[in-house]
Design a protein around this ligand. Structure first.
Ligand code: TXA
Ligand code: MG
Length: 309
């Protein structure tokens, strides 16, 4: 297959500018963004129309890159040696929090990594030189696209570039294995349980809760200070996360002065951390409209405020 080398520089350029790229892999088409760029990652969630922030897979060209991002143990080394590049994703403790931003990990202290086998995804990852997050390129609640035409129809309008790699050879998402304590199968895929167990021994069953809510597998970032939602402004001693035009004040961080929800999503975790570190008695947060990415932002804020487990 012709790996369309001519389109790679243009796609790298788009990614460096924070744009999104439709990317073929051997499993399904992905919607790729620079994993370190929270603004670009927020645009991925917006394009998919996800009502909450699911953690994304960081794609790498080489095991060496994955080792810089995540903490590899013997089991991870053995599985990567046997199945990479290929349709296997490993969930491991995060090692470099900047390489894969908080928003891409949905605030977890773990990260999912995979080295895809498709020549075009490999070429793009090598040329880009860092990890790319790439959820399946479908809109939320729809099947994963396995042809270029389907991927473009789903999320093409949000992409700055699109690479046509033909039909996906596998057509089923990667197998996801968590190696945080007991090895667990989080998502069955084309690498079978038997193939995994032949390398690292018996897999524990992930319970339905762990599959629905990966947060149960690892810690979600949660501020120490209490969080007060729908606040018109800070009370004395409180930090404030503003949304929209606001006076610059001590302990005030603005999620988006222009009320741009993509910008607010990109700033959410960093601003929560900064407000938490400020020593404030509580973190007051301005009302965020429940539309577009606002739904996911409010979901995350309600969790931070302790309203959802
Ligand atoms: O085949 C694939 O994996 C495709 C291609 C494009 O690479 N990508 C894909 O991504 O299916 P996505 O975002 O649709 O699915 C990612 C899966 C989700 O089930 C998510 O919950 C899980 O990986 N995941 C990601 N990070 C995780 C983490 N830190 N802990 C637990 N699960 C995680
Ligand atoms: Mg998906």
């Amino acid at each position: 297959m012709d790996p369309q080398p001519s389109q790679i520089p243009q796609a790298v350029d788009a990614l460096k500018r924070g744009g999104l790229v439709i990317l073929p892999t051997e499993t399904v088409y992905g919607l790729a963004a620079d994993a370190a760029n929270a603004r670009a990652v927020a645009a991925v969630y917006a394009a998919k129309g996800r009502p909450s922030f699911n953690p994304l897979i960081a794609h790498v060209a080489e095991v060496a890159t994955a080792r810089r991002i995540a903490r590899f143990d013997d089991r991870a080394e053995a599985l990567a040696a046997r199945f990479w590049p290929g349709p296997l994703t490993l969930v491991l403790p995060i090692a470099d929090e900047r390489a894969v931003c908080d928003l891409a990990r949905a605030g977890l202290d773990s990260v999912a990594v995979r080295a895809p086998a498709h020549p075009l995804s490999r070429a793009l990852l090598e040329a880009f030189g860092g990890p790319l997050v790439a959820p399946s390129a479908n809109r939320s609640g729809r099947p994963s696209p396995t042809t270029f035409a389907d991927a473009v129809e789903e999320t093409g309008a949000s992409a700055a570039a699109a690479l046509d790699g033909g039909s996906c050879a596998i057509g089923l998402e990667s197998t996801v294995i968590a190696l945080l304590d007991e090895p667990r199968l989080l998502r069955p895929g084309s690498v079978t349980r038997a193939e995994i167990e032949a390398v690292i021994g018996a897999l524990s069953e992930a319970d339905a809760d762990a599959r629905r809510s990966p947060g149960r597998l690892a810690r979600h970032y949660a501020p120490n200070a209490p969080v007060r939602l729908e606040a018109e402004g800070p009370k004395p001693g409180e930090a404030f996360l503003a949304f929209g035009p606001a006076d610059a004040r001590d302990r005030t961080w603005n999620l988006s002065p222009t009320r741009d929800l993509v910008e607010a999503a990109a700033n959410l975790f960093a601003h929560l951390r900064a407000a938490d570190r400020s020593g404030a008695s509580a973190i007051a947060v301005a009302p965020i409209p429940q539309e577009g990415l606002g739904e996911a932002i409010n979901d995350r804020l309600r969790r931070a405020a302790g309203f959802v487990g």
